[in-house]
Design a protein around this ligand. Structure first.
Ligand SMILES: Cc1cc2nc3c(=O)[nH]c(=O)nc-3n(C[C@H](O)[C@H](O)[C@H](O)COP(=O)(O)O)c2cc1C
Length: 324
């Protein structure tokens, strides 16, 4: 149901409470791995208007990432196998966080690790550091050995979250894998283990093959993470299923290129969204999405974007996961 804005109101309320005191000034963020650490695209996208910056996946020590070629265009998307190239958590603490302190936009550090110990140590190093608004736990990276496994299995995902929860008091957003057999079950498990919110989805495992070379285009194993418009239907389904499973905030990600795409995620059950691959096409894509969402909410008389949410129980309810 659409709730009309109260009379006399200047416009919709855009701020979103994520938990543990983290409040996004608006619900449109930029996705991990597509906006660096917030400095790289500053000249092309005024970061102070963003709802949140989700940084590149950060590990305990610096990582050079995978050898090239590690990105490839596909129909309606792209594949990447960056392999978590990042400067390591000490650089984030010492060099980046002091600048973030004065930014009005919350910077949420995306954390990755090869094992539970590394996840917990990175989270511990970020705890209490001024300028860091929260942690997004990447238990779903398809480009690093071991990194994906935690997100596929509810019990392993929960133990990773429990370890990290014990290591930090920062707001904790857990990023879910579209590869899980039952993403709703993983969402329930991480919520029970102490996640303040979940984000969905990370990339979908894919491969591009060169017939001329008779081999995959990407180096290494040849597989990478598919992102962009091609995965939007997968992401919308994931958000709807996760929304039905947990009470904590859900941040939708996957193939958002314009305001209409983002609004569809709010219908599916998102509380906020992230713009990823589209930033490579237009660095300030997230701001165009924000402006479009705000205009839509104003014209539709919405008090907040979450008023768009679809309530299962209508004529289409009761169906299974679909297909076939
Ligand atoms: C080049 C590239 C690097 C990425 N690196 C990360 C990362 O380090 N950590 C992470 O959680 N997600 C990473 N992602 C996944 C995105 O944050 C996002 O979940 C995914 O791309 C789907 O959104 P999109 O279709 O809007 O790009 C990366 C995506 C791309 C394209």
């Amino acid at each position: 149901m659409v709730t009309p804005a109260p009379a006399g109101r200047a416009g919709p309320t855009l701020s979103v409470a994520i938990g543990r005191g983290l409040v996004l000034p608006n619900p449109i963020g930029v996705a991990s791995g597509t906006f660096g650490y917030g400095f790289e695209l500053g000249a092309l996208c005024p970061v102070e208007r963003l709802g949140a910056i989700f940084t590149k996946g950060t590990t305990l020590r610096p990582r050079p990432g995978n050898p090239p070629p590690r990105v490839a265009e596909t129909t309606a998307g792209m594949l990447n196998a960056i392999g978590l190239q990042n400067p390591g958590v000490e650089v984030v603490r010492e060099r980046y966080a002091p600048s973030w302190r004065s930014w009005p936009v919350p910077v949420i550090v995306n954390v990755a690790g090869a094992d539970l110990e590394e996840y917990a140590r990175v989270a511990g190093r970020l705890d209490g550091v001024p300028g860091i608004g929260g942690i997004e736990l990447n238990i779903s990276c398809p480009n690093v050995a071991g990194g994906l496994d935690f997100g596929l299995d509810p019990a392993q995902a929960a133990s990773c979250v429990a370890r990290v929860r014990a290591a930090t008091t920062l707001p904790l957003i857990v990023k879910l894998s579209p590869g899980a057999a039952d993403i709703a079950e993983v969402a329930r498990a991480v919520a029970d283990a102490g996640a303040d919110a979940v984000s969905a989805i990370n990339t979908v495992v894919g491969m591009k093959v060169s017939l001329a070379l008779r081999r995959p285009v990407l180096a290494g194993s040849g597989t990478g993470g598919l992102s962009g418009p091609a995965i939007k239907p997968v992401a919308l389904a994931a958000v709807a299923r996760v929304r039905a499973a947990v009470a904590i905030p859900v941040i939708g990600i996957g193939g958002i290129a314009d305001a209409a795409d983002a609004l569809e995620f709010f219908v599916a059950g998102a509380d906020a969204v992230q713009v990823g691959t589209q930033t490579f096409v237009e660095p300030d894509a997230a701001l165009r999405v924000l402006d479009g969402c705000r205009a839509y909410a104003g014209e539709a008389g919405l008090a907040r974007l979450t008023d768009l949410r679809w309530s299962p129980g209508g004529p289409a309810s009761g169906r299974g996961p679909g297909g076939g």
